[in-house]
Design a protein around this ligand. Structure first.
Ligand SMILES: C[S@@+](CC[C@H](N)C(=O)[O-])C[C@H]1O[C@@H](n2cnc3c(N)ncnc32)[C@H](O)[C@@H]1O
Length: 333
């Protein structure tokens, strides 16, 4: 069985400390299984000439280029005895990575972690085969998930309650699109329905033929179904608020809603706009809400939680106050 060595980007050590190889191994198992069930025969950290790699053994039928799309992959090699043969393994990105790396602000979800969550959520859907999906981040902040969705060729929909976050993303994206000389249309306008002001709306179209679309509502996530009207999404990918700096705000006002309460109230709304067979991926701080509680809440919202094997391999420490985990669940068809 062919063995491949995945060289992880040095930045992955800063994101997950010592957990980067284990997290990438779990991601590989889920992403490869979506195209070839059981396609990852084994994955374990190894060192060659003093350099750490993740060694991945793939079933013969699996195209190793799939390893290039893992969030932390820097380079992939096939191991042939003592020699390493480079594998042409780009991750299918349409845009330069500075769309993800330039923005720096408090509360940003790390871009590698966001891609892991997007990768495993997309891989867990049970939808008809299509390269292009609609990705919703209903707690979008300044758009890390939305920018990844666009970079990987999907359409993006977001909801973010803080208008200044939407304005900041709008300003950044407008400058970035202009600077990259990409054909586009972008604008931030008030959103009214039936004479009522629902919030503001950032809309963009990118590309010449069959352009990709981005829509970001400056509004409360509990209004997602009303905002999207009849539009449906293929995946919901989101990083829940962690605490005071990014406290959650409900339509009933105030900052009195804990992240746990926000998730409990919002999950049924998000599920209502998700296509049957679509999937939800959530990153959250387990200090405020245990995995068992979130699993139960997803079950009550009508989701089937993917809770076995690699899906339990993502928990990691962020800092003294944050222990983060990822949960993926599917809407039955
Ligand atoms: C952890 S941050 C997400 C950061 C985002 N992934 C990024 O990289 O920019 C959580 C976001 O949820 C937003 N939020 C909190 N309560 C909300 C609500 N009720 N409706 C919509 N957004 C909300 C916060 O303003 C914050 O931007």
């Amino acid at each position: 069985m062919p063995e491949y060595l995945v060289l992880l980007a040095p930045s992955s050590n800063r994101v997950y400390a010592g957990d980067a190889p284990a997290i990438t191994a779990a991601e590989a198992e889920i992403v490869v299984s979506a195209v070839h069930l059981g396609g990852v025969v084994g994955a374990s950290p190894t060192t060659v000439a003093g350099v750490p790699y993740l060694a991945v053994e793939l079933a013969d039928a699996v195209d190793p280029r799939i390893l290039g799309g893992l969030a932390a992959t820097f380079a992939v090699f096939e191991r042939e005895g003592d020699l390493l043969r480079p594998v042409e393994a780009r991750g299918g990105e349409r845009f330069d990575d500075d769309l993800l790396t330039i923005p720096k602000y408090p509360g940003k979800t790390n871009e590698q972690l966001t891609r892991v969550l997007l990768n495993v959520t997309l891989a867990s859907t049970d939808l008809p085969d299509r390269a292009r999906r609609t990705v919703l981040d209903p707690l979008a902040g300044r758009g890390t998930t939305l920018s990844w969705a666009l970079t990987l060729g999907h359409d993006a929909v977001g909801v973010e309650v803080e208008r200044r976050e939407v304005e900041a993303y709008s300003a950044f994206l407008t400058t970035w699109l202009r600077r990259k000389r990409l054909k586009h249309r972008i604008g931030l306008t008030p959103l009214r329905r039936d004479g009522r002001r629902l919030g503001d709306l950032l809309e963009a179209e990118i590309g010449r033929d069959d352009p990709q679309s981005l829509v970001l509502f400056a509004a409360d996530t509990l209004a997602t179904a009303e905002l999207l009207q009849r539009r449906r999404v293929d995946v919901v990918v989101t990083d829940a608020p962690y605490g005071v700096a990014h406290g959650s705000r409900g339509v009933r006002g105030g900052r009195d809603r804990s992240p746990a309460d926000l998730l409990a109230d919002a999950l049924p709304v998000w599920v209502s706009v998700l296509r049957p067979g679509g999937a939800v991926g959530i990153a959250w701080n387990t200090h405020g809400l245990s995995r068992a509680d979130l699993v139960a809440r997803c079950g009550r919202a009508g989701l089937e939680v993917c809770d076995d094997g690699p899906y339990r391999g993502f928990a990691h420490r962020v800092d003294a106050g944050i222990h983060r985990d990822l949960l993926v669940a599917r809407k039955p068809r």
